[in-house]
Design a protein. Structure first.
Length: 341
């Protein structure tokens, strides 16, 4: 090795060390820059208006809850929140549309049907746990077991006695095959040891005249649908499916009080986001704003006018609740051999 090459070796080594240090510092600065950019993106979310897909027509508990929350949460998020109704196929059209949205600014106001449908139609194309992140529970409303005012049945015991004396002759109207009302009637029959004939209608509005007129023996209906008819004396309420008595129906017992705790069933609404489309910071922000809105007096009053109860539940608890509900109704569907075409 020549003297010149020996002299240049330390210089080359020093240059290499400096180069490596520059690379390390450059990588660190780049990572810090990316982290700062990510934090800035989280801080600026949402960057444009959000939409809440409601998989039902306008009106009803889920739709009303979504509209109240859109109005309250929009200013706090700094963006307009638009409610978009996407009804059809027992909510499957709207739920599927939400699951497929990847714009990072779409939410879903889901309900019981979104966890029922996959058990009824395994090829439906979405899976709640796989395709959605829970934000939180929103509202709940009980079902009410009612009979026509002209019926001789005065109580739950009277209904059970007649159903057992006349197997299959009593009918229960519902708002459609595979709906919560239908599955509740199947659950009722299974837990009480009775045989009832379900009669599906295209919604509660179609069922109501036949129920009031006595063409069907009984029905499980949403609380807001029956209050006016019970108060006017056209329907008689036998029991409510909520954990606690309903102030609007004084004297009507809960199923739990009548020793049927397994019939605690409620129509619920929950806010969800398509899986992995909103960062954890954004989901956390939505969770906090939702909880604050549900705790506020103005929202509680407006929910009461809709006939629903604010039902605050955090992200993790809501995710577990959805899993439990899916398992519950899948078991009913399997045990009762319920199928749809």
């Amino acid at each position: 090795m020549t003297r010149s090459s020996m002299a240049s070796a330390p210089a080359r080594t020093a240059a290499l060390v400096i180069s490596r240090r520059r690379a390390i510092w450059g990588g660190a600065l780049c990572a810090a820059g990316m982290a700062t950019a990510g934090a800035a993106a989280a801080d600026t979310w949402p960057s444009r208006p959000l939409r809440i897909i409601v998989p039902f027509p306008p009106g009803g508990g889920a739709d009303g809850s979504a509209r109240v929350l859109a109005e309250v949460m929009g200013p706090q998020l700094g963006q307009n929140v638009i409610v978009e109704n996407r009804p059809g196929a027992g909510s499957a059209i709207g739920v599927t549309a939400a699951a497929q949205s990847r714009d990072g600014h779409t939410l879903l106001m889901g309900s019981n049907s979104m966890v029922i449908n996959p058990a009824l139609q395994p090829a439906i194309g979405y899976d709640v746990e796989r395709d959605f992140d829970a934000v939180g529970m929103v509202s709940a409303q009980p079902l009410v077991l009612v009979v026509p005012a002209s019926s001789s049945i005065q109580s739950l015991d009277g209904l059970l006695a007649e159903a057992k004396a006349k197997p299959g002759q009593l009918s229960t109207g519902n708002s459609g095959y595979g709906t919560l009302a239908h599955l509740t009637s199947e659950l009722f029959a299974a837990q009480t040891g009775t045989t009832l004939t379900p009669v599906p209608y295209k919604g509660e509005s179609a069922l109501m005249p036949d129920l009031i007129g006595g063409l069907v023996s009984a029905g499980f209906l949403n609380l807001p649908s029956v209050i006016a008819h019970v108060r006017s004396g056209r329907l008689r309420a036998l029991a409510v499916s909520s954990p606690q008595p309903v102030p609007d129906l004084p004297g009507v017992p809960t199923f739990r009080a009548l020793n049927y705790p397994g019939l605690e069933v409620q129509g619920w609404a929950a806010m969800l986001a398509p899986k992995d489309t909103i960062a954890a910071e954004g989901l956390g922000r939505l969770e906090r704003l939702l909880a604050a809105a549900l705790a506020s007096e103005p929202v509680q009053k407006r929910f009461a006018a809709l006939g629903v109860m604010p039902t605050p539940l955090g992200r993790q608890a809501t995710g577990q609740f959805l899993k439990d509900e899916a398992a519950r109704y899948a078991a009913v569907i399997k045990a009762r051999n319920i199928k749809v075409d």
